[in-house]
Design a protein. Structure first.
Length: 236
């Protein structure tokens, strides 16, 4: 009897449901997603309707490399490698998608059943200095800043984007949202005093000229050296 491997996944319910839409049984030759999350069409798009039962797992013969792993740590890395291409395709299909994570696996065969729980991907040991309480001014600003973000969802979204992993796509969309909030286009931000023209142009060039970006050649300036473009550590 073939051993059936199931990799349990965790993440936001929207992202778990996204994978189930992209990878139902039969969509890809040796991997598919099974979920108890239910949803429905909303126009051309999809929306989660019920996530009270959110168990979601990846299965198929493509999960079989997990059988040969020797311990939970090795199994967790193998599981990440198996899930990574699915996460990668989901990002291409929906730029709002955030990667889901494998958290455990089950192995079921004739007369046996085994579960392996992967170690947390979040370090449990202290790794950095915590600066959030370093100055009295931070406490004085807390009330007004939080109130502003509660009243202005765009400000809260901007804070969340900045707190997340660096992403040209997220930053570009944020600039477009700021412009839209002010009733203008992104190119008009300098005229409103919200950005300097040179810096905005530098950002757009860097975002559109990545060596492995999503934009077609029509949006790239191939005369610009990739090494000269603004990066996440250096602004123009």
């Amino acid at each position: 009897m073939t051993t059936i491997v199931k990799i349990k996944l965790d993440g936001h319910v929207d992202d778990l449901y996204t994978l189930s839409l992209l990878f139902p049984e039969g969509a890809y030759r040796d991997l598919h997603i099974v979920t108890q999350i239910t949803g429905a069409k909303d126009g051309l798009f999809d929306r989660v309707q019920n996530a009270s039962r959110r168990e979601t797992y990846l299965t198929g013969i493509g999960c079989s490399p997990l059988i040969e792993t020797r311990d939970p740590e090795e199994a967790s890395w193998v599981a990440l490698e198996i899930v990574a291409p699915l996460n990668g395709y989901a990002v291409l299909a929906d730029s709002n998608f955030k990667a889901v994570m494998p958290i455990s696996a089950t192995y079921e065969g004739e007369g046996f059943f085994r579960t392996v729980v992967f170690g947390s991907t979040t370090p449990n040991r202290a790794t950095r200095l915590i600066t959030a309480n370093r100055h009295d001014l931070l406490q004085k600003l807390l009330g007004s800043r939080v109130a502003y973000m509660r009243e202005n969802p765009l400000a809260a979204y901007a804070a969340a984007v900045l707190a997340g992993p660096p992403s040209w796509a997220d930053y570009y969309r944020l600039l477009e949202d700021i412009a839209g909030h002010r009733g203008m286009t992104l190119d008009k931000l300098p005229e409103a005093g919200l950005a300097k023209r040179q810096a905005l142009n530098g950002f757009k060039m860097a975002a559109n000229n990545r060596a492995f970006g999503r934009h077609g050649m029509s949006k790239r300036d191939i005369s610009l050296s990739q090494n000269a473009l603004m990066n996440f550590a250096r602004s123009p």
